[in-house]
Design a binder for this molecule. Structure first.
Ligand SMILES: Nc1nc2c(ncn2[C@@H]2O[C@H](COP(=O)(O)OP(=O)(O)OP(=O)(O)O)[C@@H](O)[C@H]2O)c(=O)[nH]1
Ligand SMILES: [Mg+2]
Ligand SMILES: [Zn+2]
Length: 294
């Protein structure tokens, strides 16, 4: 039998669900030599040899257009950074790190603010202002009340996207609202700690009825930006990238250098203070990492 092309939807214990070009899902094991050389991720395009109606062997993983490891997905076009407006409270640093991750890996970042029903309107408005000023598309949703779901669906339509964000933000709930047939399991947010309960345990790429795919992913709140160089960090903040042309020094890191275009833009409100502060914290973190690496 000739080999065929498919897309990995998920993997559990070394067995992968592969969607065939005909839209069927078959179970595949990788050939030994692939098993050792690289991890196969949800979203990977593979060449497999069909063994029976619903089984096959993965022979080759095709080159990836994009890849990120937290969450671990390959070939996605967009990263939908999900944050609740409350329960759990938004973590701006995590949002900014995820945006940097997307920018640095060539994924289009989108910000999705969920649970607008739990807070006064001013909360999503202020958060939206931060990220729209940076140039990002910001969606405001309530999975519970169906707010913003049409807009989210339009954003996902025809593309391959991945959700990312803390446990309890409502990633699975949003996807259930976009496509009720998915019936993804959702979990309660703990009253005591205000944190989610890690309900989604693994990455699963889901084919969408509106066309395209979306990965539901496990929540996390710690993210380390490895293999990034501090000097290139400003290029992953679109609003810093825009204003650094006005810096006197091309090597300006926008800390305390004179005639800094970024600090000028910050002073007159064209850059949100939280974004600038998180840039500085991340810059310190990356420099620290570089010093301890050898
Ligand atoms: N009030 C309100 N609650 C919501 C909304 N969206 C989700 N929830 C609730 O938030 C809790 C967590 O939702 P999940 O969809 O499981 O969150 P998740 O981001 O998938 O979490 P993990 O899988 O653990 O990463 C559940 O109790 C949901 O019912 C919303 O828009 N408003
Ligand atoms: Mg989930
Ligand atoms: Zn500068």
């Amino acid at each position: 039998m000739a080999s065929e092309l498919g897309i990995v939807l998920r993997g559990v214990g070394g067995i992968y669900d592969v969607e065939t070009s005909g839209g069927k899902v078959i179970r595949c094991r990788p050939r030994g030599r692939i098993k050792q050389s690289l991890a196969i991720l949800a979203g990977d395009r593979v060449r497999y040899l069909p063994l029976s109606e619903n089984e096959g062997v993965i022979e080759e993983v095709l080159p990836r257009t994009t890849v990120i490891y937290r969450p671990a997905v390959a070939n996605v076009d967009q990263l939908i950074v999900v944050s609740a407006c409350a329960r759990p409270d938004p973590q701006l640093m995590l949002i900014d790190k995820l945006l940097v991750l997307a920018e640095s890996r060539g994924l289009r970042p989108v910000v999705c603010l969920n649970k607008v029903d739990l807070v006064p309107e001013s909360v999503p408005e202020e958060l939206t202002a931060i990220y729209e000023r940076a140039g990002y598309l910001v969606l405001r949703c309530s999975a519970k009340f169906g707010v913003g779901i049409d807009q989210l669906r339009r954003c996902l339509e025809g593309k391959t996207s991945s959700f990312a964000g803390p446990s309890g933000a409502g990633k699975s709930s949003l996807l259930n609202a976009v496509q009720p047939g998915l019936r993804l399991t959702t979990g309660k947010v703990s009253r005591k700690t205000g944190r989610g309960r890690q309900t989604t345990r693994q990455v699963a790429l889901l084919p969408l009825e509106c066309g395209g795919y979306v990965a539901d992913t496990p929540g996390f709140s710690q993210l380390r930006l490895d293999d990034l160089d501090g000097v290139e960090l400003d290029s992953y903040f679109p609003e810093l990238r825009k204003h650094k042309v006005n810096c006197r020094f091309t090597s300006c890191l926008h800390r305390s250098e004179p005639d800094c275009g970024v600090k000028e833009a910050l002073a007159d409100g064209r850059i949100a203070p939280s974004r600038y502060e998180n840039y500085l914290l991340l810059l310190d973190e990356l420099e620290q990492q570089a010093r301890t690496r050898y």
